[in-house]
Write a protein that binds this ligand. Structure first.
Ligand code: ADP
Length: 190
């Protein structure tokens, strides 16, 4: 896929790339899921289609056993036919124009923190591809999304160098406009 930005923090490469998340050759691809793990739209549908039936089946089994997810929670399924090994599902917050923006920001930050922590502690993943969680159907302005995901990433790579297995963190979006906002957010904070 098309690379817009790349930076190295310690021994970790962070990049922003244009492309289809489902085609990334990484250990884990992140899904912007809903609480019911109903992969019916957006990047969730793309992942569910690319991976095949197995992903929705494993998701349904999980919800039947453990209940729905809360905002910011992370869990994983296999990746079916996709080139990655795992899908880490998390639920981002929804944007309400009259709601509390600080809560949404904190939830988005927390969601990515939990995903990165899960990827390294549970899956020992070395590479991960991340979409613009909440910036699609959930309506969070892309600037707000990029700000929080970038903050969570930089904080994570700086605070856990020793026990972090991740070496390659990619932000992947099919939409070039969104990638440009992520590049600006990284450029402004590095
Ligand atoms: P949410 O419901 O959390 O807002 P969406 O799935 O609607 O999540 O959108 C999240 C982002 O994923 C959007 O910026 C959208 O452009 C992007 N997206 C959708 N499909 C893909 C894909 N196949 N690869 C990469 N990014 C995608």
């Amino acid at each position: 896929s098309d690379r817009h930005f790349e930076a190295t923090v310690g021994d970790i490469t962070i990049s922003v790339q244009e492309g289809d998340l489902t085609q990334e050759r990484v250990d884990a691809v992140v899904n912007a899921a809903n609480k019911r793990l109903d992969h019916a739209g957006g990047v969730a549908l793309a992942i569910s289609r690319a991976g095949g039936r197995k992903i929705q089946e494993e998701s349904d089994e999980y919800v039947k056993k453990s209940g729905t997810l809360t905002i910011g929670q992370a869990m994983h399924t296999g990746a079916g036919k996709m080139p990655c090994k795992y899908v880490i599902h998390t639920v981002g917050p929804k944007w309400h124009s009259h709601g509390d923006k600080d809560t949404v920001k904190a939830q988005l930050y927390e969601a990515l923190h939990n995903v990165l922590y899960y990827a390294t502690s549970r899956l020992k993943a070395t590479s991960i591809a991340i979409p613009a969680i909440s910036a699609g159907i959930y309506g969070v302005p892309v600037e707000v999304c990029a700000e929080q995901l970038v903050l969570a990433t930089l904080k994570f790579v700086h605070s856990s160098p020793g026990n972090n297995t991740l070496r390659d963190i990619r932000f992947v979006n099919i939409d070039g406009q969104i990638n440009r906002v992520f590049v600006r957010a990284f450029s402004g904070s590095l």
